[in-house]
Design a protein around this ligand. Structure first.
Ligand SMILES: *Cc1c(COP(=O)(O)O)cnc(C)c1O
Length: 220
């Protein structure tokens, strides 16, 4: 990460490492916290509900998976940021639950930059169209954008999608008349390219923890 920042002429502390701990047990989180990691990402509310209460309290939790409206209440309770808001309806539900819990929820808008049918996320123009309505929800704070580019083994192929997300952030800032803090982009295989294109949050699982485990019943 530091080398990529250096190549891009960015400060090393301008990018945060989000350790994606999905499928790994609370014990792994304890080891990671002991090694100095502070920010963790999970993609399933059910798994997080078991894991987070058993994890060290220094850990900060980000939700990075697809969120169903019936899981919003738990998500608002458990997480400090939700990276995957991709409709006004979902934003309204999170806003409602945050109000009930007396919280304000930082969110990122997930954009399906490549327009893949198999993926969640806003089509870019629709995100821009709904931006003001989401920004008007009192219990939400839009902190930026997130994307998952098409799967590839060649990191360089992700670059155009990362660049498009950065350009979309600039357009969103113009609409809102305010800066957005975050670009959540880059995973184990392509985080260096993402950093060169402006990522502020990289979401890394395999490169930190090894292959994901198969999910076992909620005893872990
Ligand atoms: C699993 C996951 C990651 C981490 O992927 P790795 O390739 O293991 O680093 C990042 N982002 C999201 C949204 C994920 O679901």
């Amino acid at each position: 990460m530091q080398e990529a920042c250096c190549r891009a002429g960015r400060e090393a502390n301008s990018v945060r490492l989000l350790a994606v701990s999905k499928t790994h047990p609370a014990e792994t989180i304890r080891e990671a916290v002991a090694a100095g990691l502070t920010d963790f990402g999970e993609n399933k509310v059910q798994e997080a509900r078991v894991k987070i209460p058993n994890a060290p309290r220094q850990a900060h939790w980000h939700f990075i998976g697809h969120l169903q409206s019936n899981k919003c209440r738990d998500a608002v309770e458990l997480f400090e940021m939700i990276h995957s808001v991709d409709s006004l309806g979902l934003a309204q539900e999170i806003n409602k639950r945050a109000a009930q819990l007396g919280k304000t929820m930082p969110i990122l808008l997930e954009v399906n930059v490549a327009g893949e049918r198999s993926k969640f996320g806003y089509p870019p123009e629709q995100m821009l169209a709904e931006l003001k309505a989401i920004n008007a929800l009192p219990r939400l704070e839009i902190h930026g954008l997130m994307t998952i580019p098409p799967f590839t083994l060649v990191a360089e192929k992700s670059r155009p999608y990362f660049r498009q997300l950065r350009e979309l952030k600039a357009r969103a800032e113009a609409i809102l008349g305010a800066p957005l803090l975050h670009l959540s982009m880059g995973m184990s295989g392509d985080f260096e390219v993402a950093i060169e294109e402006g990522a502020t949050l990289v979401r890394i699982g395999t490169a930190l923890f090894g292959e994901r485990r198969s999910l076992r019943p909620a005893t872990t």
